[in-house]
Design a protein. Sequence first.
Length: 630
Amino acid sequence: MRASRLQRATRHASAVATRVMTRGYQVPARDMRFLIYDVHKFDKHYTTLKHAAAADRETIDMVIDATKTLCENELAPIWANGDREGCTWINGTTVKTPKGYKEAYELFCESGWQGLAYPEEWGGQGLPMSMALIQSEMTATANWTFTMFPGLSKGAINTIIAHATDELKQKWLPPLVSGEFTGTMCLTEPQCGSDLGQVTTNAKPNGDGSYKINGTKIFISCGEHDMTENIVHCVLARLPGAPAGTKGISLFLVPKKQYADGAVGDFNGVTTSRIEDKMGCHGSPTCQIEFEDAQGWLIGTENRGLNHMFTFINTSRVGTAVQGVAAAELAFQNSLWYCKERRSMRALSGAKDPEHVADSIIHHPSVRTMLLFQKAVSEGGRSMVYECAKLVDKMTDCERAGDHKGAKEVDERLAFLTPILKGFLTEAGKEAADLGIQAYGGHGYIKDNKAEQVFRDVRIASLWEGTTQIQALDLLGRKILLQKLKPIGEHCGELRALCMPLLTSGNAGLRGRAWSLFYHTLEWQYLTYRVAFRSTKDKEWISSASVDYLMYSGWVTLAAHWLRMEQAAVHSLAKGGDEEPDFYNAKVQTSAYVFDRLLARTRSHKAGMLADLGSVMAMPAANFSFDHSR
């Protein structure tokens, strides 16, 4: 009897694992096209760009379809193996990436994807920047750690384009844009993380326009690997006599190997002294790098390195927001089939699957709330990213046209939205991944079902490129209060403009949710004024309220995007004769969930940001202790 039960249990576990393995990531192309064409109208948006290659529907669909094939056939199948095998540090000289990564990267580059949105003069295809961001969500969901390699290179490319001399651009952009080389950013040191004023890596002039770079950098993602022959590091360092703090930091281009006349040469004094043993993201190496008389070249202006590096940082922050969306999407896809097929008990309202011994757990409201959360965050977060993608297009177009005023205006708008995207979407994506484990019950805790890997991989997202707490301080302190509340006033004005036509809609659902969003935009501004007033008495109010403020901002922003999606879905349904009523009705029903259940979370965040400061700050630091004697 025991053997029989054990065999049945083993067969069941094996069957579940097999189903997971055969149900890899599927690109949500229908939802993407709904957002691209029905909600954000990218095809019309692209006609307004004057300095990008034409991107019509045929081009957009081609990119989606081709990337879909790459993701489903090449990247997703090596995701779990990349986690199991991990990266291997070999004799202090190089890092071996997991099986299949190098081949997949070669295919990625041969297809021209790295240069998709970069100017043709550097070897790119010249398409709008948003096309690359749309593509990156697909590759990130299929295999986040693989996507980090080309993703970090994009940050290096953007930084060099924005700040380097023409000579450096001519030399280094072509191999980076083609993917022949990859790029990294080197900020963090053993003694400093987000406080980069403590950077001690130094740069001394060689007398020929180059510099000797010496120092140690830690937590360098993809800092060493075997996928390309050379790696271009963007390194923060101090020049002799530079001012103390962040005002004395410069930015340097430092290659792993020398490069001249199109040929890669000797090692350049750049070595890897260790790779980190991490909780997740095992498919990409996180390195400690030693620069020992490494030859480098100044990017931009002396002592303006941190300002220049924010081009890279902001690229990475939007990319990390995509990681939150990717985790929510992957968790949803991984949970959905299981919740439809796993049977446990009967629904409280009566049998839903009477022909079976028990009902599928998707019929239980407590399970549906988990799935709806994942769906709401993945699809709503995707819309949030797409909104910023359009702004990136506009800013890039202004820059290429020499319209500095226009570029600055768009950049300020993007700067306001970026900490919301990065901070909120990574927190929400992390929660969605956690619910992916919960949906599986005990099966979620074992590795065969991949649910726990989604969580481990995304856990870093709320930490790197500035923790959620840093993003919250940036949003409330730097982006709003230092600008005398102007950004929040403009943003809430746009949200009210979205609501106004719908307040008298004949559709009761749209009308009610428009009134709800209208109220929350007014409250958002009111809370901003309250926190601003309190901060005049004690600056610690800003820090105390900031995380709740960020999350409040995120839930309202998510709801606004769902209102836009619901509006587009209702419009499509009203046209009649549509062959996909279930798709559009699902949008309306998910929007209702967002407004009923998720927007309600703003109540606790409101209470948190207005709670007495004393409950956080009254206890002396010395009292944070425990008694060893008991």
